[in-house]
Structure formats: structure tokens, C-alpha cells
Design a protein around this ligand. Structure first.
Ligand SMILES: Cc1cc2nc3c(=O)[nH]c(=O)nc-3n(C[C@H](O)[C@H](O)[C@H](O)COP(=O)(O)OP(=O)(O)OC[C@H]3O[C@@H](n4cnc5c(N)ncnc54)[C@H](O)[C@@H]3O)c2cc1C
Length: 320
């Protein structure tokens, strides 16, 4: 890592020919010609506007915890918007947060400050921007519930703001998925609560997550692979995709080195020598088994990026 591409106050660094497996929790994915590391909203604006000006195609990633990058890598540049240090400013019961901040750092900060409403996101990997775009959450609550507004950069480099009512938040969805706008910062509206209670609750959540979720060091993955089934579907009410996958003996499935997590049929983990292609093929098997038995179309929560064998056209639309 080295070159600085901005002025001395706003340093975004560049890596060339970098293997994207370094920056995804699945630890899979081939190279990108150039990766820009942006930590602050100013870095992000500088780099996006530079790419636009020079007509350079790019994709944006955060913590890489919801992605499968193809083994061939990408022929476009990658902007990684992720900060090791939390960038958060308190304003009464509101928090202004750089979207590069880790989601769990935000949850910890809010708990320490005695602000409730975001504690449920404790332990979810990734950055705040990715969480807002996908309306991440747990235990029935999601980040969109406490989002007041978001600062955005369009793929053309223009800056604007959206209030929460304009984001179309619903289960694991915001309309930012469609617009391709980049979240640079977020304003949250939280509620005063007892800090000790929040910290205690947080510890309980982290313990529960450690029991139920794969340890990323030993079982690289991207969390739940498919969204739960929507209430409007044939399932009648929202049901865990894992239940349907269990009915088709999902835990026994594998494809090359990609296997199913032994505690959860809806989580693919990277076994030895797994490739991104293995993960793609295994997800296809899961999809088809549920489709054949229940006539249900599982919808991916995880995003594929790049080329995969026999990739359907529809994947193109969710690459961003
Ligand atoms: C072990 C494990 C457990 C998990 N548990 C949960 C859970 O309980 N609940 C839950 O909701 N999710 C969970 N996830 C999934 C994942 O952590 C979340 O979806 C997370 O919010 C993704 O954020 P990210 O920064 O890693 O996004 P990335 O994976 O980097 O990107 C995902 C998508 O968001 C886009 N994106 C990223 N940042 C921005 C931005 N700033 N502006 C615009 N677009 C952006 C990317 O282009 C990409 O399309 C889990 C994942 C793992 C590995």
C-alpha cells in the first residue's frame, strides 16, 4: 500500500493487483487492478470524483461481509470504504456516523453513551454503509428503524441527502440497492437508556451470536445466504430459509470445498480448497432443491460480484 492520491489532509491510499480475498469475510476472490482505501467521507468524495473525472469504472465495498467475489477477480477498480477507527459524533440523542465505521464499533459506542436503538446490531460484521443499504439487523430490529437521514454520493460524484422516508426501508432492503448511490455518512436518532443495561444486553447478544454463528477465523463465510421467506409468499408468514433447507437435507450438501455450516442450513462456509465458484454452485443446489420441493424461490442476501459459470442474467442486477 502506498501512494497518496489526495492532499495531505485527506489521504486515501491505493493498492495495485490486490487479491480481494483479503477484504472479504469469505476470504475468496481474485484480483482487482486497483483498490482505493477510503476511511473518511472526504476520502470517498475525492476518490469517487476522481474516478468519474477519469472515466474509471469501479465498485464499492465496505467490510466485505456480504459478498462472494469471483475467482477470476474483477476488471474494474474497487473502492473500499472502511475505517479501523470509529468516526462518530454525538449530537444530543443523535449520532452522526461515517458509513466507513464498523457496525459493531457503532453499537458499542452507542451502548457506552447510553443511547438505545442500535444495540441489536452488536456483533454483526461489516461497516455502517453496507448495513444501511441492506437494512441489516437482528432480533426483529434493523438499522433503518433508527436512521434519520443518509448523506449520499451518486455514481456520477454528486452529493445529496435523503431522509429515512425516502430510503424505502423494509426487511433487508432499502431503495439504495437500486440507485447505486453510495452512503458516505448516516444520522441516527436514538433513545436515552441506561448504559450499564445496554452493555449487559450487548454482552448477552455477543454470547448468543458466538454460539450460533460461525467464527470467521475458522469458518469464513458471509452469514445467512438467503433471505428469510417473505410473508406475502406461499409460506404465509416470514419463515427461516434454514427451515426449508433443513427439509431438503441441506446440511449434507457440498460443492467442491464449499460446505454447509453444521449448526445452520442457510450458511455456506469455506472448507479447505473452496473456491468462489464452489460457493456459487452450492448456492444453486440449495436454491433448486427448495424450488423443487416447495415451489419457493429463495432470494439471495449475499451478493455475487464478477463472473461465475452459467451465471444467469439476473445476477448482473445485484452485482453492485
Ligand atoms: C458471521 C456473519 C454474521 C452475519 N450476521 C448478520 C445479521 O445478524 N444480520 C444482518 O443483517 N446481516 C448479517 N450478516 C451480513 C453482513 O454482515 C451485513 O449484510 C453487513 O451489513 C454488510 O456490510 P458490509 O460493509 O460488509 O458490506 P459489503 O459486504 O462490503 O457490501 C455489501 C453490499 O453493500 C454495498 N455497500 C457497502 N458499503 C456501501 C456504502 N457505503 N454505500 C453504498 N453501498 C455499499 C456493496 O456495494 C455491496 O453491494 C452477517 C455476516 C456474517 C459474515
Amino acid at each position: 500500500m502506498g501512494n497518496l492520491i489526495s492532499d495531505k489532509n485527506h489521504k486515501a491510499s491505493i493498492e495495485h493487483n490486490v487479491c480481494l480475498s483479503k477484504y472479504t469475510t469469505f476470504q475468496l476472490g481474485g484480483p482487482s487492478p486497483t483498490l482505493y482505501h477510503c476511511q473518511t467521507p472526504q476520502h470517498l468524495v475525492d476518490v469517487v470524483q476522481k474516478c468519474v473525472k477519469e472515466n474509471i469504472a469501479f465498485i464499492l465495498i465496505g467490510g466485505g461481509s456480504n459478498l462472494v467475489v469471483s475467482d477470476q477477480g474483477l476488471d474494474c477498480h474497487v473502492i473500499r470504504y472502511f475505517s479501523e477507527q470509529p468516526i462518530i459524533e454525538r449530537d444530543g440523542d443523535n449520532l452522526n456516523v461515517s458509513a466507513s465505521t464498523r457496525l459493531d464499533d457503532l453499537a458499542l459506542y452507542a451502548a457506552q453513551e447510553g443511547l438505545g436503538g442500535i444495540n441489536n446490531t452488536s456483533g454483526i460484521p461489516g461497516a455502517v454503509g453496507g448495513a444501511v443499504v441492506g437494512n441489516a439487523g437482528a432480533f426483529g430490529d434493523q438499522i433503518g428503524d433508527v436512521t434519520e437521514s443518509v448523506e449520499l454520493i451518486t455514481p456520477q460524484g454528486d452529493i445529496y441527502k435523503k431522509d429515512t422516508s425516502q430510503c424505502g426501508f423494509s426487511y433487508r432492503y432499502s431503495n439504495l440497492k437500486e440507485t447505486n448511490d453510495i452512503v458516505s455518512s448516516v444520522r441516527l436518532n436514538l433513545t436515552k437508556a441506561d448504559s450499564n443495561d445496554l452493555i449487559k444486553e450487548r454482552e448477552g447478544i455477543l454470547k448468543l451470536r458466538a454460539q450460533k454463528h460461525p467464527n470467521l477465523k475458522t469458518h469464513p463465510c458471509a452469514g445467512s445466504f438467503f433471505r428469510n421467506i417473505e410473508p406475502t409468499s406461499r409460506a404465509g408468514k416470514r419463515q427461516a430459509s434454514g427451515w426449508f433447507l433443513d427439509q431438503v437435507d441441506g446440511k449434507q450438501l457440498r460443492s467442491g470445498g464449499a460446505v454447509i455450516f453444521d449448526k445452520h442450513a442457510n450458511i455456506i462456509v469455506k472448507g479447505s480448497h473452496a473456491t468462489a465458484e464452489d460457493v456459487y454452485q452450492l448456492s444453486q443446489k440449495m436454491y433448486h432443491l427448495v424450488k423443487d420441493k416447495f415451489d419457493l424461490d429463495l432470494v439471495r442476501e449475499v451478493r455475487f460480484v464478477g463472473d461465475f459459470d452459467q451465471k444467469p442474467e439476473s445476477i448482473q442486477s445485484i452485482i453492485w
